[in-house]
Design a protein around this ligand. Structure first.
Ligand code: DX5
Ligand code: ZN
Length: 229
């Protein structure tokens, strides 16, 4: 079954604790924290203190998506803040294998995030150090962008390699994951859905209603899901 991960940068930043408690009631699989440094991406969002504060209000998995240059400098900081999973961009670190190993050394799940234009071949020599791959389906840095269609094929190619090599690696998709794009990303092999303004945080709908509808939509696709999982 596809996993739902609310992207908290799209939530009401003034009421994150309340949002997390309401989302936990409605059942979600992980919380997606977008961390930006204004350099790797031209935007700023949240830091370790916000993650630490929310950690005491939820036992759900915390997934930290580091969109920062030289992420290896801050693995300890985000691990101490309460992350369960940390993804780093292959384009942002010189020593990818070492950085992934340092995440695993903290007992966390290690993820590699790839910008839409970055080829899958950057993974060729880290397959044994990766637990999940984040395929950006928009250019990182902002919510509310349009899905980049060529990334559908990238999901399928990654899935094919994972199946071929019998790897235990999950595919996370991030960016404009909507009712229009969800059926196809699942069909192509995605496992984890980062849900932002496109499917969960809606101006015209309560969080409870939006999550309920998302669950029934995914249930309605289960037939397809079964095929892929
Ligand atoms: C973008 C972030 C995404 C974003 C998703 O860089 O990584 O998590 O919040 O939001 P939507 O669903 O609006 O694309
Ligand atoms: Zn993200």
């Amino acid at each position: 079954m596809a996993k739902i991960g609310p992207s908290l940068m799209c939530a009401d930043m003034g009421n994150l604790e309340d949002s997390v408690k309401r989302l936990d009631k409605g059942k979600v699989d992980f919380y997606h924290f977008d961390v930006m440094d204004g350099t790797f991406v031209p935007n700023f969002t949240m830091g370790p203190d916000m993650i630490k504060t929310l950690r005491s209000h939820s036992t759900t998995l915390f997934d930290v998506h580091l969109m920062i240059k030289e992420p290896e400098r801050y693995i300890e900081l985000f691990a101490d803040a309460g992350a369960d999973m940390i993804s780093v961009h292959a384009e942002a670190t010189i020593h990818l294998q070492r950085t992934l190993q340092s995440i695993r050394n903290r007992g966390l799940k290690a993820g590699v995030a790839l910008n839409p234009s970055t080829p899958l071949s950057v993974l060729d020599y880290v397959w044994d150090t990766v637990d999940y791959v984040v395929l950006m389906t928009v250019n990182p840095g902002f919510a509310g962008q349009k899905f980049i269609p060529l990334t559908f094929e990238k999901i399928a190619q990654l899935k094919e390699t994972i199946v071929q090599k019998e790897l235990d690696i999950e595919i996370q998709v991030d960016g404009n994951i909507s009712y229009d794009t969800i059926p196809k990303v699942l069909e192509k092999g995605a496992d984890m859905l980062v849900c932002g303004t496109s499917s969960l945080f809606k101006k015209d709908k309560s969080l409870e209603k939006a999550l309920e509808e998302l669950h029934s939509f995914l249930d309605s696709l289960t037939g397809k899901n079964k095929v892929n999982s």
